[in-house]
Design a protein. Structure first.
Length: 320
């Protein structure tokens, strides 16, 4: 397939804010394999709790790896997901997701919705197939989740349902379930995203890097540099882990008072070495997690109507 365009960004300023303002042009000198592609879709990012306005998304839209909102943290299916679906209307070409939700049943008869459980599919890219991309037809916008799973799904869609590189689907499963070892490439990209969790420049370049077949060594080296910044967050997570208190099957950590940003994924994983379930709470959020293969269903245990069975976040005021 043709390589997608890349935004024209100098090597010193590829990462940062307002990257969506850059023109859609290719640099033929610095990027010998990059060419203008008029069919490259607009990229938008969403989470279960926060979706873009339908009016801001051009043309026909595909949604990838974005779960239906659960009744937690102030969001809900009725307040967040349903208005988004209704706002897109016939412009919604396909929605592919692998997180549990009671309202999946409402769309069982609609071929645009490919909705499974986390137990059925540990990651989303494996659900993005050539047949499904073809069935959706021409699309103008991809709205995807902001983690490696979602960005890899977007890149695979752009590639017509073909993996960005051999083993990319397996890497997404390893990262999203935190079981097994991902490749070094995937580990670097995941760490870069966790180091810059709000940086749309990093997200966009990762999609383009993967959509181009993960071939650009210069960009990959910059991802490696960005990933190194996660070490500081991990150090803070390890320091906070000294506060864990084990109560039966639960390891609880108070992260309200801290010296700086911390990596919540690392802190939760440390807690799971102490007890089957780890709980981290700070001033805004309570996050509970268990191993993917633990058999624990936190969604059901907390009385929620959807989400990831082994990792749930709710508003801090719900901490009992």
């Amino acid at each position: 397939m043709d390589a997608p365009y890349f935004r024209c960004v100098s090597p010193r300023h590829r990462f940062g804010k307002n990257r969506s303002d850059y023109p859609r042009v290719a640099r033929h000198g610095a990027w010998p394999h990059a060419r203008i592609m008029s069919s490259f879709p607009h990229l938008a990012y969403g989470t279960p709790r926060k979706l873009p306005k339908p009016s801001s998304l051009p043309g026909r839209v595909v949604v990838l790896d974005v779960a239906f909102a659960a009744n937690a943290g102030g969001a809900s299916y009725e307040k967040t997901t349903l208005p988004f679906i209704e706002g897109l209307g016939s412009r919604l070409a396909m929605w592919i997701d692998h997180h549990d939700h009671d309202r999946h049943a409402d769309y069982a008869g609609d071929p645009r919705f490919i909705l499974t459980t986390k137990a059925e599919h540990g990651a989303c890219p494996e659900l993005v197939t050539p047949d499904r991309v073809a069935a959706a037809g021409q699309i103008d916008t991809i709205c995807c989740h902001v983690d490696f799973d979602g960005l890899c799904s977007a890149a695979k869609w752009i590639r017509g349902g073909v993996e960005p590189y051999e083993g990319a689907d397996a890497d997404a499963r390893a990262i999203d379930t935190r079981l097994g070892e991902p490749s070094e490439r995937a580990r670097v990209l995941d760490r870069a995203l966790r180091a810059r969790p709000r940086d749309e420049g990093v997200r966009g370049l990762i999609v383009r890097y993967l959509a181009d077949g993960a071939r650009d060594a210069a960009i990959y080296r910059e991802f490696q540099v960005v990933a190194e910044a996660l070490e500081e967050r991990e150090r803070e997570a390890k320091r906070l882990s000294g506060r864990y208190e084990v109560r039966g099957r639960l390891a609880i950590c108070d992260a309200t008072r801290r010296d700086g940003p911390y990596d919540k994924t690392e802190l939760l994983l440390i807690g799971q070495r102490l007890a089957p379930i780890s709980l981290v709470h700070d001033e805004t959020t309570v996050t509970v997690a268990a191993r993917f293969d633990s058999g624990i269903d936190l969604v059901r245990a907390l009385g929620l109507n959807g989400g990831m069975p082994t990792r749930v976040s709710v508003a801090a005021k719900r901490l009992d």
